[in-house]
Structure formats: C-alpha cells, structure tokens
Design a protein around this ligand. Structure first.
Ligand code: FO1
Length: 309
C-alpha cells in the first residue's frame, strides 16, 4: 500500500505517473480541502476534483482543472442574473458540485461523497479528503483577509501576503481512514504540491503530522520548487510572505521531522548538500512533468528512493 499526500494540479500529474507503476487499488491519496469553498450555493472541492478528473482522464489538461471540452452556459446565465462569476465552473463541473452538495445535505460526510463520486468515475484509488470537517484556508494580505480562492482566482494573487491562517483547524479531525492509511502504508509520498496551502493544511489537521512521524514506512517528498520558483501556483508569494526562503531546501526543512528522502530537480543539485545537512537523503532527477513518460519516471524514481521496486 502506498499513501500520498496531495494538493491540486502538480499532485494530480504525479499521480498519473504513479497509477502507471502501482495498481490503483493499492494507492490511498489524502487530499487538501483547505481550498474548498461555498459558491453559487454549492460545495466546491477544487483539489479533490482536480485529482478525480485527472485520474479519470476527463480533466482539461491545459488548465489542469475543470472538465475537458466543458461549456459555460450556466455561468453565462448566472452572469445575466447579475451574480458574481469570478470562479469559473463549467456545466459538467457544476454537476459534480450539485451532486456533492445534494449528498452532503442528505447527511453524508465529504469522504463518503468522494468515495461515491470516485466509484462513478471508475476510479479504484482510495481518495480521501484530509478532513470531513469545515476547514478554510484564509490569506492575510495588505488588502485584507480573504478566502484562498478569492486571493488566487478573484484577485489573481496580486496582494502582498502577510500570513496564512486555517479556519476550523482547532476542531478538524482527520477523515476516517487517513491516519490508518499513513500508519499501515509500505511507503508514503508527499506530492509536489504547495507546502503552505496544500501539504501545510493537511499537516495542520490534528494527528496527521504525528502519524507521519511515527509511521514505519519510509517517507519521500518531491520538491514543488524548481530553480527558486514553483512550477505552478503562488507558493513563492506565500512562502515569502511567511518569511521563508523560496527554495527546495526551505520545503525540505518544513518536512524534515517526518521525511526520509527528498526528491529535487536536477537544476537544484547545488542544494543537495544543504538538504542532506537536515539529515535527509536527497535524490536529484528531472521533476518537470511534460508528458506521461516524465510522470512515470518521477513516480519510479520516488518509489525506488523509499525502497519500493
Ligand atoms: N483556477 C483559476 O485560476 N480560475 C478559475 O476560475 C478556477 C475555477 C475552478 C473551478 C473548479 C476547480 O476544481 C478548480 C478551479 N480552479 C480555478 C483551480 C483552483 O482554484 C486552484 O488551482 C486550486 O484550488 C489549487 O489547487
């Protein structure tokens, strides 16, 4: 069994490689839900959806989110009614959120809803939200405090970041299966996701970080920072705002209490020694995932680094 901690697009692309190397049913993915937002009266779980759509091979590959070939007629009509439409949901994507919200309103937990959606999409992986409880990532900026999606999508990550807070973190408990899967895994992988608002949120949920520290399985992480910048998303702005250096080293330092191996890009090989100084093994390879071959290569190198052949 392999357990992976995941955010959105970077993680989804890595997992596409992983499912080519390990049988789907042997993989559990613990997914960030700090990006979840209620909009248009619906519960939207962007990272769960990005991962489900990608692995079900229906994602809009160019954007990395949403459904390939989707239309936006519902959104156009909402605009006509004068509703705010800064968060772009396609018509098919709307169906996911309508169905999810319907099931949540019937009393199902987010983990149960996710299981049902995955089954219907033909996925055999065990995709778990990090928590079934309400949890929202807020970004404190010079322009005020706002939901992460408002910071990223509505305001295009333009505001200087002062802090990041997790609303609901005190009460949030890991979803059923999360801690068990970490403790019973043969290997654990921290996907190349934002260390603050994707992996950082998962680690902030009670008992998850300590489970990673206690787990017998080896833990490998893949750096989302290559050559001093994130491959995608605002990790650099958030890290800088929190007073962190934007480097593979700084990410390794955030994970060092539970990590055995850190996989960094070959362009960052100069950081190898410094990261080894944290007591970690370091593997350098190509981490840029342009096609399936790159994804499979990264999955194989990562698995090998934690003793899975
Ligand atoms: N990202 C955008 O930049 N603009 C959008 O309008 C947008 C809509 C959207 C709808 C559904 C979904 O699952 C994701 C969506 N994303 C959009 C991506 C999302 O905001 C972030 O990339 C993730 O939350 C970060 O992992």
């Amino acid at each position: 069994m392999i357990t992976a901690l995941a955010g959105g697009v970077g993680a989804a692309r890595f997992l596409q490689g992983l499912v080519n190397v390990v049988p789907e049913k042997d993989i559990t993915v613990i997914v960030n839900t700090g990006d979840d937002i209620e909009l248009y009266g619906l519960h939207i779980s962007p990272d769960l959806d990005i991962i489900m759509y990608t692995l079900a091979d229906i994602v809009d590959e160019e954007k990395g989110w949403g459904i390939r070939g989707d239309t936006f007629r519902c959104l156009d009509m909402l605009k006509r009614y004068g509703h705010e439409t800064w968060f772009n949901l396609g018509d098919k994507d709307f169906a996911t959120h309508i169905y999810r919200t319907h099931l949540l309103k019937k009393g199902l937990h987010l983990s149960e809803v996710t299981k049902r959606l995955c089954q219907k999409l033909g996925l055999e992986l065990n995709i778990l939200p990090m928590t079934d409880d309400r949890f929202e990532t807020k970004v404190v900026t010079v322009a005020g405090t706002m939901h992460f999606q408002e910071y990223l999508v509505k305001r295009r990550a333009q505001d200087e970041v002062i802090d990041v807070t997790f609303e609901g973190v005190e009460k949030a408990r890991p979803a059923p299966g999360v801690v068990d899967s970490i403790l019973s895994s043969d290997a654990i992988i921290i996907c190349p996701s934002n260390p603050i608002v994707s992996i950082g949120t998962i680690l902030s949920v009670k008992d998850i970080k300590s489970a990673l520290e206690e787990a017998e399985a080896k833990v490998a992480g893949i750096s989302p920072i290559v050559g001093g910048s994130p491959i995608k998303g605002p990790a650099d702005k958030l890290m800088r705002g929190l007073g962190l250096e934007v480097s593979a080293y700084a990410v390794a330092d955030l994970y060092r209490t539970f990590l055995d191996t850190f996989v960094i890009d070959q362009v960052d090989r100069a950081e190898k020694e410094r990261i080894e100084g944290l007591g970690l093994n370091v593997v350098t390879t190509n981490t840029i995932m342009r096609d399936l071959k790159d994804k499979v290569h990264l999955a194989r190198v990562t698995l090998r680094s934690v003793g899975v052949r």
